[in-house]
Each structure stands twice: as structure tokens, then as C-alpha cells.
Design a protein around this ligand. Structure first.
Ligand code: ZN
Ligand code: ZN
Length: 113
């Protein structure tokens, strides 16, 4: 590491931190969300988005179905082979009615600004 100037080391450090921050941003957002949101007076559940992603369809609003079953368990155990995908169809999620999200219960009680 000899030959590196202090500014080069600092630049490398900053670059690494920025890179890490970029990669870890979603995780950091989730990590800080609760405390940050409460300190900012934001909704702890949704961060003032007003919506919460559906847990059943992962916010997609659709669930893969093979027709015979409500939703495919096989799909998770056995990844679809070539051609099998075409037999799969996506049905609207019954839990969120295909919207992929719910209105935040915490925010729905609050008067909207
Ligand atoms: Zn859903
Ligand atoms: Zn909320």
C-alpha cells in the first residue's frame, strides 16, 4: 500500500462507501425505516406511502396458477420446464383483489392532507 497518498486512500474509501451505500440502500432503508419514520413523524407501517404491499402476492397483484390448484405449490418445488410456463397462468390475488397492496390501516385512520 506504499505510494498511495492520503487523498488517494480517502478517495478509495469514499468510493467504497458510496458503492456499499448504493448496494445496501434498500436494506438500510428497511433497517432505518421504523426509527427514522417515527422520528420524522411518518407512518411506521408504510412511511406515509399510504399503502402496504400484499404479503400473499408480494405486491404483484397476481398469483401463478396451474388451473387445478388455487395457486401452485409445485411451482416452488419444481421449477417449470420449457413449455410448462405457457400452461401456467396468473390469476388475480384474492387477498388484495389484484391490486398488490392494501391501504395502510394506520394511515386510513388519519385525515389525509
Ligand atoms: Zn395480493
Ligand atoms: Zn401508513
Amino acid at each position: 500500500m506504499e505510494g498511495l497518498t492520503a487523498s488517494e486512500v480517502a478517495g478509495f474509501g469514499v468510493g467504497t462507501v458510496l458503492l456499499c451505500a448504493t448496494i445496501a440502500a434498500p436494506k438500510l432503508d428497511a433497517f432505518f425505516s421504523a426509527s427514522q419514520r417515527s422520528s420524522l413523524g411518518m407512518c411506521k407501517k408504510c412511511g406515509d406511502v399510504g399503502m402496504i404491499a400484499c404479503s400473499r402476492c408480494k405486491g404483484m397483484g397476481l398469483i401463478k396458477s396451474n388451473g387445478l390448484f388455487g395457486f401452485s405449490i409445485m411451482d416452488e418445488l419444481y421449477p417449470p420446464l420449457d413449455g410448462a410456463e405457457s400452461q401456467m397462468k396468473s390469476i388475480g390475488c384474492s387477498k388484495c383483489k389484484g391490486r398488490g397492496h392494501f391501504c395502510c390501516p394506520a394511515c386510513s385512520n388519519k385525515p389525509q392532507v
